[in-house]
Design a protein around this ligand. Structure first.
Ligand code: PLP
Length: 364
C-alpha cells in the first residue's frame, strides 16, 4: 500500500522544502537558535530554579490556570513582569503560539476588524483563520495600515505587529504606534524576538521607543528565545486580562504553564536586568561586526543574509556545517526569498569566525 501522504511529501521534496528534525552535536557552534544571550548554558540559573522549586510541595501545575493550576510561582513572575514593564496586569500562557491564538481568537469579535502585518508570525496567521473580518497590511507600512483603517468600517480594530520581525530582523515602525494611537485601535505587539535584545532595559520595542503604557496596548512576550526557557506571557490592562481569563480558549482549556519553566524565566529576567549594560555592549559589538563583514545593518540580533534560492541557502548551510558552525537556512514559503538566518549569539570570537566564512562563501 502507498503511504497516505506520499504525493504531498514528494511535492515538498521536489520544491527543496523538505524538513527533518536533526540532533546536532553539542560541540557545534550554534548561530541558528533564538537563545540570543546563551542563557540556556547557564548552570547557575538551572541550579537556582531547581532549588526554588523544591521548596514547594508540588512541582507541576496539575491543571489549568482557572481550575487549580495557578501557583505562587506564576503569580510571582507575573508581578515581576508588571513591575518591570509598567503594565497593570500579566497572565502566563503555555507558549507564544498559544498566546497569539488566545489574543486573536478572543479579542476580534464579529463586528471587529483584524489587521496583521504581512510578516506576522505563522501562529497569528493561523489564528486569523478563526476570525471573520481580517486583512493584512504591507510589512511595516504605516500608510497602508492607515488607509485600510480609513477604508473599512468596524466596531474595534485590532492591529498585530512584531517588535522585531523573526525573519527580516526589522524593528517595528514607530509610525505604526502613532497611527494605532490616533485611530484608537487595539495594538498587539509580539515581542518574541525583541525582549532581551533591544531597549534601554532590554525589555523590547516599547522600551526601545520609550512608549508608555496605554489601555489599547497589549504586549506578548515569549520565554523560549532570549529568556532561554519555554512559555509566554501577555501584559495588558486588568480589564483585558480578565476578559482573556474568561474568553481565551487556549488559556482556559489547557494545563497551566510548567512551574520549572516559569521560575527559570523569572531568574533569567532577573539576570538580564542585573547584567544589562554588559549584555548591551556585546550586542553592539556583534552588530558592528556584521556591518563590517557582511554590510548588513540591524538593530537586533537577527541577521538575514540574502541567497539566490532554496538550494543556495542549503549549500551555504552545509558548507558551514563542515566547519562545525550552524546557521539557519530559511526557505520559501517561510520567507519570500530564501535566506541564511544568522543569529548573533555565543562567543564573539567564534561569531567573528562564522562571519568570515559567510563572507568567503558569498564572495566565492
Ligand atoms: C514572532 C513569534 N511569535 C510567536 C512565536 C511562538 O512562540 P513559542 O515558541 O513560544 O510558541 C514565535 C516562534 O516560536 C515567533 O517567532
Amino acid at each position: 500500500m502507498k503511504d497516505l501522504y506520499e504525493k504531498e511529501i514528494n511535492a515538498i521534496k521536489r520544491a527543496n522544502r523538505f524538513r527533518q528534525r536533526k540532533i546536532y552535536s553539542e560541540e557545534m557552534y550554534d548561530f541558528a537558535s533564538n537563545d540570543y544571550l546563551s542563557l540556556a548554558n547557564n548552570k547557575k540559573l538551572l541550579k537556582k530554579t531547581y532549588k526554588n522549586l523544591k521548596k514547594f510541595k508540588s512541582h507541576s501545575p496539575k491543571s489549568s490556570l482557572l481550575v487549580g493550576g495557578y501557583h505562587p510561582i506564576h503569580k510571582k513572575f507575573e508581578d515581576m513582569l508588571c513591575k518591570n514593564n509598567n503594565f497593570e496586569k500579566a497572565i502566563v500562557v503555555g507558549s507564544g503560539f498559544l498566546a497569539n491564538i488566545a489574543l486573536i481568537e478572543s479579542l476580534v469579535r464579529k463586528s471587529d476588524l483584524l489587521l496583521l502585518d504581512e510578516e506576522y508570525h505563522a501562529s497569528g496567521i493561523m489564528a486569523s483563520l478563526l476570525v471573520k473580518n481580517k486583512l493584512t497590511f504591507k510589512h511595516n507600512n504605516a500608510k497602508d495600515l492607515e488607509e485600510k483603517l480609513k477604508n473599512n468600517s468596524y466596531n474595534r480594530a485590532i492591529v498585530c505587529i512584531e517588535g522585531v520581525y523573526s525573519m527580516s530582523g526589522d524593528l517595528a515602525n514607530k509610525e505604526i504606534f502613532n497611527i494605532a494611537n490616533k485611530e484608537n485601535t487595539i495594538l498587539v505587539i509580539d515581542e518574541a524576538h525583541s525582549v532581551g535584545v533591544i531597549g534601554d532595559n532590554l525589555l523590547g520595542i516599547l522600551d526601545y521607543y520609550n512608549i508608555k503604557r496605554r489601555e489599547n496596548i497589549i504586549k506578548m512576550g515569549t520565554l523560549g528565545k532570549a529568556i532561554s526557557s519555554y512559555g509566554a506571557y501577555i501584559l495588558a490592562s486588568s480589564h483585558i486580562v480578565s476578559y482573556l481569563e474568561n474568553k481565551a480558549k487556549s488559556i482556559i482549556y489547557t494545563t497551566a504553564p510548567s512551574l520549572f519553566d516559569i521560575e527559570l524565566a523569572r531568574l533569567s529576567m532577573k539576570y538580564i536586568k542585573k547584567n544589562k549594560e554588559k549584555i548591551k555592549k556585546q550586542i553592539i559589538i556583534k552588530q558592528s561586526l556584521v556591518k563590517e563583514k557582511l554590510n548588513i545593518s540591524k538593530q537586533a540580533l537577527i541577521f538575514p543574509v540574502p541567497t539566490n534560492d532554496n538550494n543556495h541557502a542549503i549549500k551555504v548551510q552545509n558548507t558551514l556545517l563542515e566547519k562545525s558552525i550552524l546557521v539557519g537556512a530559511i526557505r520559501t514559503p517561510t520567507v519570500d526569498k530564501a535566506i541564511v538566518r544568522l543569529i548573533g549569539r555565543g562567543k564573539i570570537e567564534k561569531f567573528n569566525e562564522a562571519l568570515d566564512l559567510l563572507k568567503e562563501e558569498f564572495n566565492a
